[in-house]
Design a binder for this molecule. Structure first.
Ligand SMILES: Nc1nc2c(ncn2[C@@H]2O[C@H](COP(=O)(O)OP(=O)(O)OP(=O)(O)O)[C@@H](O)[C@H]2O)c(=O)[nH]1
Ligand SMILES: Nc1nc2c(ncn2[C@@H]2O[C@H](COP(=O)(O)OP(=O)(O)OP(=O)(O)O)[C@@H](O)[C@H]2O)c(=O)[nH]1
Ligand SMILES: [Mg+2]
Ligand SMILES: [Mg+2]
Lengths: 291, 275
């Protein structure tokens, strides 16, 4: 349990007054365990602790009157620094129409997130078009249609039999109706399924979406690094959405993903309703990961 | 070989890395390493080490195995778990599996919450030729479960598979809703449901352990089904679940098609960790 573990690290460091390098190493060892328990990737933890060692065994910590507190502050700042996006968070919707594409593994929350994004953009005065691009999963189109209806969001009624035709016709429909952006909900797929990855690559080439979001379940474990790197290498994306953050998963996968892909985490899903979407907040994520 | 080292002590950190990167988690990994050290076996080759490590891992899984007990029809399974893990798809695979064994199967769509949830199950039912009991929109899932058993009695279904809406284990009112479904089945007949399967996604990290603990506390889950093992995740969390919660794994989901379900085999699972 991270809260008790960090509490233990803190207590034992506090008792020490001035810290020796050895004390700091022990503190870092405990922080390593805390990060692993939070699902941060094994290799990412290794590298991160190495970086921390440089800052943590410097003047700031060793000469502090409250070195335990200062060490934890250094860890908190380093982690937050990594998680923070380098620019203001926004969904690129420019274009006639703009195009947003949601990708990710099976069950991560893409369809629900598509509706949330349309809802979010409407609050900002943008009327988007929700487009179902999952012809594989039974009732996937109905699922998106029903959710769009319930929230009175524009939905593209498909007659086409291929994803490519749906995409092209939906874009010209949106242009005609003055709707922007087009939000493409794609089928869940494995990062190692070449046929399905090719489908994404082709759709991307055809429609040139300015915003491609990787939708990742916040309870993802060590595999987050594989998932992120493969999707980045084969398709590429410019932002991440972390879903199911209303649960109690610590979300270390978010840190791993950001660390290895350098892509910003833009949004978090906090429930099953259309308005359960929030902008990503780095400090809150750090406290969550560290407990 | 994997270890590329000669000495036993040198192989320990390599082995630790394999376990941690497979989502086994710190606590279970430490327990496994402890058992390895206590074994005091003289490892001469890498084969020896892997062979003995595999034995330790398999023993952990075997320790929670249960003999299949006799059940009177209808054999009733309740499928539960957090959102998106593959409950609905897995239930369809089970339905197909039992149908192929000659059973008279009823699928019950008691996810009345998810948009097109009932539709998803009924489309699958048509595809595999299995009857689906459809619920009304917003109908109480406990009421649907009750109707399902009544229907099973009157129409002689021998297997009843009940799907439920995904829910986070942290949502108390939703966990209460599931308890109510279980109680209604109990009241209908004391032995029902025969199995409550917690469907876990193999890509989930340590949170799967909390899910297992809370679902077990709340419903006394009888088995785990681990899905999406066809990805690159190893599903090592099941060692922690075996050690700390004591629920056996019964099936593994290996894809999105109806035949992508295998009965859990500890030896094969352990071997896959070293691939
Ligand atoms: N609690 C919670 N549930 C969520 C969240 N986002 C999605 N869900 C639920 O997760 C489940 C899966 O969501 P979907 O939107 O169908 O996921 P998907 O990625 O489109 O799934 P596939 O199309 O099958 O790959 C549903 O039960 C959703 O209601 C979230 O932020 N919080
Ligand atoms: N690759 C792979 N995908 C799977 C597997 N099992 C299920 N899926 C996919 O995971 C997604 C979610 O499956 P569902 O059966 O809808 O999951 P669920 O738990 O019923 O979801 P909710 O009812 O929303 O909680 C779908 O896209 C399935 O095709 C599996 O073993 N492997
Ligand atoms: Mg979907
Ligand atoms: Mg379902």
């Amino acid at each position: 349990n991270i809260t008790t573990r960090l509490g233990e690290i803190f207590k034992s460091l506090k008792k020490k007054g001035k810290l020796s390098k050895k004390d700091v190493e022990k503190g870092l060892k405990d922080i390593r365990l805390a990060l692993l328990e939070a699902d941060v990737n094994y290799k990412v933890v290794k590298e991160f602790i190495e970086r921390l060692k440089k800052n943590a065994t410097g003047e700031r910590v060793l000469n502090s009157f409250t070195p335990g507190e200062t060490l934890l502050k250094v860890v908190f700042e380093e982690l937050t620094n990594f998680l923070s996006p380098k620019e203001k968070i926004e969904i690129k919707t420019d274009g006639k129409p703009g195009i947003v594409m949601l990708i990710g593994l099976q069950g991560s929350g893409k369809t629900t997130t598509a509706v949330k994004i349309a809802h979010f953009l409407r609050k900002k005065g943008k009327e988007s078009l929700l487009v179902p691009c999952d012809l594989k999963r039974p009732a996937a189109v109905e699922q998106l249609m029903i959710m769009a209806e319930m929230d009175k969001l524009p939905f593209y009624k498909i007659r086409e039999k291929t994803i490519a035709k749906i995409g092209l016709n939906a874009v010209s429909f949106a242009r005609k109706e003055g709707l922007s952006p087009v939000i493409l909900d794609t089928a869940g797929r494995l990062h190692i399924d070449d046929t399905m990855i090719d489908e994404l690559i082709n759709l991307k080439k055809l429609l040139n979406p300015k915003e491609i979001l990787l939708v990742l379940d916040s309870m993802t474990g060590q595999d987050a690094v594989n998932i992120g790197l493969e999707f980045q290498k084969k398709v590429d994306f410019n932002g991440i959405v972390l879903t199911k953050m209303d649960g109690d998963a610590r979300g270390g996968a978010a840190f791993s993903l950001r660390y290895v892909t350098s892509r910003p985490i833009k949004l978090i899903g906090t429930g099953e309703k259309p308005d359960d979407l929030e902008l990503f907040h780095a400090e809150r994520m750090t406290s969550r990961i560290l407990g | 070989g994997i270890f590329r080292t000669k000495s036993f002590n040198e192989s320990i950190p390599v082995f630790e890395e394999i376990l941690l990167s497979s989502d086994v988690g710190i606590t279970a990994t430490n327990e496994i390493i402890k058992r390895l050290r206590e074994s005091r076996i003289d490892y001469k080759t890498e084969e020896d080490t892997i062979h003995f490590i595999s034995k330790i891992l398999t023993n952990i899984l075997d320790a929670v195995e249960e003999k299949k007990r006799e059940t009177s029809p209808p054999y009733t399974i309740l499928s539960v778990g957090v959102n998106g893990t593959g409950k609905t798809t897995t239930l369809v695979k089970l339905a197909n599996h039992f149908k192929n064994k000659g059973e008279n199967v009823l699928l019950v769509a008691s996810d009345t919450y998810r948009p097109a949830g009932v539709e998803q199950l009924s489309i699958w039912g048509k595809m595999i030729g299995v009857d689906v009991l459809k619920s009304q929109k917003g109908q109480d899932p406990a009421a649907v479960a009750f109707d399902a058993i009544e229907s099973a009695f009157s129409k002689n279904y021998s297997v009843v598979l009940i799907d439920t809406a995904g829910r986070l284990h942290t949502k108390k009112n939703l966990m209460e809703e599931l308890k109510k479904v279980k109680n209604v089945l109990n009241k209908k007949r004391r032995d029902l449901p025969h199995d409550i399967f917690l469907v876990l996604d193999a890509t989930t990290g340590q949170n799967a352990l909390s899910q297992a603990e809370i679902f077990k506390d709340s419903l006394d889950v009888t088995g785990v089904i681990l899905t999406k093992i066809d990805g690159t995740a190893k599903g090592g969390i099941i060692f922690a679940i075996s050690l700390e919660v004591g629920i056996p794994v019964r099936y593994i989901g290996t894809g999105e098609n109806v035949e992508d379900l295998i009965e859990f085999d500890p030896k094969i699972f352990v071997a896959s960790l070293f691939e």
